[in-house]
Design a protein around this ligand. Structure first.
Ligand SMILES: *Cc1c(COP(=O)(O)O)cnc(C)c1O
Length: 395
């Protein structure tokens, strides 16, 4: 079976696994306890914090460990909203193609009286810095723009957006869950005030993540209780997961360029090969794009059937985000970049990692065109397109 769904989750790396087992076997003390069992755990926790911070150009005290990317996103938005409300600022800016951890939190904040502007995302899968500048208002409390999109892989001009926000004195958060461990990140140089990441997207364990918060920016705890994480997130720390995540992130960051070069070469072969299928189109610009991301729309077919047949052909892929498969709604990301409903249903995301090979790409390039052709042959929509009773969206 070829695993080509690394944007949904990744297998745990040997280094992360070893760090986790060591933490469970040897570091099971409570980091808050004063005797040596606790102190050894506390040292490992501090070490993990310093290592995660180091990968982002941050300081250890600026890292809050969370239960994952979703919690980090929720906490970033809630913190900025609370701070804004204190100053009478109730306007939030984000984009139409964010992860649901952002969009659904914004829905909740809207219901609590905040006003939300969602910046448009263009056909190339990018937001425009000048459109952000134009949307800023005196009462804007926060701008949140994802670093790289989880469905179409397009990489946003984060440093430019950060500079605009810093100049305007507005807090800037980025959901970097798809970027951390895959792209170089420097929170200081990029003027990022808050950043979310998640362990399981870079070969760490699931259920653990981090929120970077620039020193001096006040944070609202989502979970209250003990004084852990400097009173910013209560609860005894999940040290095995935290140590595993730190080991995975450090390893990923040490091999960024090498992995990026290898994976993007595989991606580019896939994009070139799939582009030869008639009435198929890459979603989002080919560049700047995550090294592992390939996302196509195929006219006249349903993404769900495509995935099931690819599963039979030994290929694990997805039709968008893991969270929307299972629902029959078309992807909000594809709609945001202007794909009409009828083609947004026929999408395929292949997300590669450094574990994929040229043989994997050969197999995918053999199977996808075959399956697309088969499904079109039984598709009434394709039949209408062929007879000219309906217009092609993808020429
Ligand atoms: C996976 C993902 C999340 C959610 O992270 P979890 O750790 O699974 O909660 C948030 N944002 C983006 C862009 C993601 O890809």
């Amino acid at each position: 079976m070829i695993y080509a769904d690394n944007a949904a989750t990744t297998p745990v790396s040997p280094a992360a696994r070893e760090a986790m087992i060591d933490a469970m076997d040897r570091l099971w003390g409570n980091p808050s306890s004063l005797y040596s069992f606790g102190q050894k755990a506390e040292e490992a926790l501090s070490d993990a914090r310093a290592r995660v911070a180091g990968c982002l150009g941050a300081e250890a005290g600026e890292i809050i460990f969370t239960s994952g990317g979703s919690e980090a996103d929720n906490q970033a938005l809630r913190s900025a909203a609370a701070l804004g409300a204190k100053k009478g600022k109730r306007h939030l800016i984000s984009t139409a193609f964010e992860h649901h951890a952002i969009l659904h939190t914004l829905d909740a904040l809207r219901a609590e009286g905040f006003e939300v502007t969602l910046l448009p995302v263009h056909e190339d899968g990018l937001v425009r810095p000048e459109e952000l500048a134009a949307a800023l208002r005196p009462d804007t409390a926060l701008v949140s723009v994802m670093f790289a999109n989880n469905e179409i892989g397009t990489i946003q001009p984060i440093a430019e957006l950060g500079a605009i926000c810093r100049a305007a004195g507005v807090l800037f958060h980025t959901d970097a869950v798809q970027a951390a461990g895959h792209l170089a990140i420097d929170v200081k140089a990029m003027n990022i005030d808050m950043l979310s990441l998640s362990g399981h997207k870079f070969h760490g364990p699931k259920g653990v993540g981090a929120l970077y918060v620039r020193k001096g920016v006040p944070v609202v705890p989502l979970i209250r209780g003990g004084a852990q994480e400097r009173r910013r997130r209560a609860g005894t720390e999940n040290l095995p997961a935290i140590a595993g995540m730190a080991a995975a992130l450090e390893e990923a960051c040490a091999h960024l360029e090498e992995n990026g070069a290898k994976v993007s070469a595989l991606r580019d072969r896939l994009i070139a090969g799939l582009s030869a299928i008639p009435h198929a189109a890459l979603n989002g610009a080919a560049s700047p794009r995550l090294a592992g991301n390939v996302n196509f729309c195929f006219e006249g077919i349903e993404g769900e059937s495509l995935l099931l047949m690819l599963d039979d052909a030994g290929i694990a892929a997805s039709s968008g985000s893991a969270c929307t498969s299972g629902s029959l709604d078309p992807s909000h990301v594809l709609l945001a970049i202007g794909r009409p409903h009828e083609v947004a249903h026929g999408s395929l995301r292949l997300s590669l990692s450094e574990a994929n090979t040229d043989e994997d790409v050969d197999h995918i390039l053999k199977e996808v065109p075959r399956v697309v052709e088969y499904l079109r042959a039984c598709s009434p929509v394709w039949d209408e397109l062929q007879k000219g009773e309906r217009d092609y969206v993808i020429l």
